[in-house]
Design a protein around this ligand. Structure first.
Ligand code: FES
Length: 106
């Protein structure tokens, strides 16, 4: 399944992800600029901040409580669509997911 990352400058990068993998893992494994994932997905860093495309927010769901707390440490503006990409798990439903990346992660 695919994930499309849209960088702050508008550059689109399409990567292949597997079921059960997080959006952060797919980004890091494919060398997508703009996602760091420093803590490896344990919700301790906020360097995997992303903005879920409006068209997809109904499918990814909104952030959980712990995730919202960690997002307060994000380097870039937190918007209604902000998520930690390590907390979005890929499934067939999310094939073609579009996420936008913030200007900075640190
Ligand atoms: S990778 Fe650290 S919070 Fe997502």
């Amino acid at each position: 399944m695919k994930i499309i990352f849209v960088a702050h400058d508008g550059t689109r990068t399409e990567v292949e992800a597997s079921e059960g993998e997080s959006v952060m893992q797919a980004a890091v494994q494919n060398g997508v600029d703009g996602v760091i994932g420093e803590c490896g997905g344990s919700m301790m860093c906020a360097t995997c901040h992303c903005y879920v495309d409006e068209d997809w927010i109904g499918k990814t769901g909104r952030r959980g409580e712990g995730e919202a707390d960690m997002l307060e440490c994000a380097a870039s503006e937190v918007k209604a669509t902000s998520r930690l990409s390590c907390q979005i798990e890929m499934s067939a439903d999310l094939d073609g997911l579009v996420v936008h990346l913030p200007e900075a992660q640190i």
